[in-house]
Design a protein around this ligand. Structure first.
Ligand code: G
Ligand code: G
Ligand code: NA
Length: 253
């Protein structure tokens, strides 16, 4: 409860931070996209992981100002980088409750207008659970986001119960393979078979594929051979504060 009380103040008082983790194109190693990941610089507890407060916010009305803050800050940062000549897009995680909120389309549209971020440079990462919770509303929202010109990724793909029937009709652009399959690949022929199958499925549906949680270069190379489009993970870069992330982006531009 006290953490929750502090979170409202943290959002207002700018104790939140965004770290950025590059996603590389498997074909040429260029980093043309980064995922924004929120942290809370807590005055007593130090830098807190989103796992400690995002689920808490998601159960209350606080998820709304949190999502607003993350979208705005990520868009502003991406615009600043683009002004220096970096051709980079930013991905933002939008939790189920925010995706299903009536005002999400207006919020995204307003963020793009007010920051000047081109819509194609914003990617929204959603989880399968948002779709499972309210398929009709999720569908309408995703159509609306697509009409704005932003791209949509399904996060943690394969970890939950993805309804493949939904996948066929949903307006999404790419799947992010869940880390659990990727980390198991090097030691397990079964995991590699699952990954290979998911890449084939995605491509057959006209979707791109991102592997998350790539922790060693051998796995990254194998994923590239299997046709995976983008790679993300500690092998290439941890999530970094903006002043360090920009150096990685410049090196991998
Ligand atoms: O950065 P880290 O690996 O600690 O993130 C842990 C989890 O928190 C991830 O599943 C990630 O999707 C989630 N997360 C990180 N930043 C945000 C955010 O800005 N909004 C939401 N809803 N979830 C986030
Ligand atoms: O669910 P989501 O993809 O948003 O999760 C992002 C989280 O995964 C972040 O907290 C980030 O720190 C973490 N992460 C990023 N790369 C790796 C990796 O290579 N290995 C592991 N174990 N975690 C990673
Ligand atoms: Na994500």
């Amino acid at each position: 409860l006290s953490l929750l009380a502090g979170l409202a103040a943290a959002i207002d008082g700018e104790q939140l931070r965004l770290h950025y983790q590059p996603k590389l194109q498997a074909a040429d190693g260029r980093a043309l996209s980064v995922e924004a990941l929120v942290r809370w610089q807590h005055p007593e507890h130090g830098l807190l992981s989103p796992l400690t407060f995002v689920p808490l916010a998601e159960r209350t009305a606080l998820i709304r100002p949190l999502t607003e803050w993350v979208l705005r800050r990520a868009a502003e940062q991406c615009v600043a980088w683009r002004r220096t000549g970096l051709d980079v897009a930013v991905a933002v995680n939008v939790s189920p409750r925010s995706l299903l909120d009536d005002s999400i389309l207006e919020l995204v549209a307003q963020t793009l207008t007010e920051t000047g971020l081109p819509a194609h440079a914003l990617d929204i990462e959603i989880t399968e659970s948002a779709v499972a919770e309210d398929p009709d509303r999720a569908f309408r929202t995703l159509v609306g986001l697509h009409e704005l010109g932003v791209t949509i990724s399904i996060d943690d793909f394969g970890a939950g119960y993805t309804c493949l029937a939904h996948l066929r009709t949903l307006p999404v652009d790419r799947l992010k393979l869940d880390r659990s399959f990727v980390s198991g690949m090097s030691g397990s022929a079964g995991d590699e078979a699952v990954v290979r199958g998911m890449i084939a499925l995605a491509h057959d549906l006209g979707l791109g594929v991102v592997a998350e949680g790539v922790e060693d270069h051998a796995t990254g190379e194998r994923l590239a051979e299997l046709g995976c489009d983008q790679l993300q993970g500690f092998a290439y870069s941890r999530p970094l504060p903006p002043d360090e992330a920009v150096l990685v982006l410049q090196a991998m531009a």
